[in-house]
Design a protein around this ligand. Sequence first.
Ligand SMILES: Nc1ncnc2c1ncn2[C@@H]1O[C@H](COP(=O)(O)OP(=O)(O)O)[C@@H](O)[C@H]1O
Ligand SMILES: [Mg+2]
Length: 234
Amino acid sequence: MRTLLKLERVNAGYGAAHILHDLNLTVAPGERVGLIGRNGVGKTTVVNTILGLAGLKSGQVRVGDKTLARPRTYQAAQQGVVVVPQGRRIIANLTVEENLQLGAAVGRKGPWTVPAIYQLFPILQERAHTPGTALSGGQQQMLAVGRALMANPSLILLDEPTEGLAPVIVDQLADIFNQVAAQGTALLLIEQNMSLVARVAERYCAMAKGSVVAQGRVENSREGLKDLEAHVMV
Ligand SMILES: Nc1ncnc2c1ncn2[C@@H]1O[C@H](COP(=O)(O)OP(=O)(O)O)[C@@H](O)[C@H]1O
Ligand SMILES: [Mg+2]
């Protein structure tokens, strides 16, 4: 089977801090995978390893058609894998529209353009010429998702996109993620909100102490939700 992302027996960390231990993870084209686990288990470090922001000590990182011996952020984007980082990282002295255009700089050509993003998020068009950081938290998250789409990715890694957002905004984002996935873009959704994972993901990978320790299908039901929550209980 072709994969968009394949991590095999990955060991990675920061300097002497060894965080990921023989971690395995794959995402196939069009798949929606939830990556779950308690705070501090290494979910963001998975993203950082793919981007080259954490050190890969051993194992293989395969992104698109390329095995990356020393992963770099631009390589992932060139292979169609982009990240919506934890904390959103909107550039303060750029307008909403300039933040969107930044997303296109590293990516590929395709159907996602500024007008297409404005159709998905009309509020971003209304605020097009205001500084990105003048937006509310929910609007900034929409901008971060729009910026990622501007790279015309095959796979988007979403690192806790609903952290700190009101339930009504979380519902809007769930709809957006499902719309984006319905157009064929694969998602790796890193989340603490299991009800969101249940609504968006079809498969989950649960992490503990720097490894994927369980995986399975997601059922969007009470039992399915309980299964997911068991993996993030303290
Ligand atoms: N830049 C860093 N330098 C050293 N240790 C880090 C750094 N970033 C994260 N860590 C440590 O790596 C571990 C995993 O963190 P992280 O990947 O952010 O977890 P999660 O995203 O699952 O909450 C934690 O123990 C954290 O303290
Ligand atoms: Mg994190």
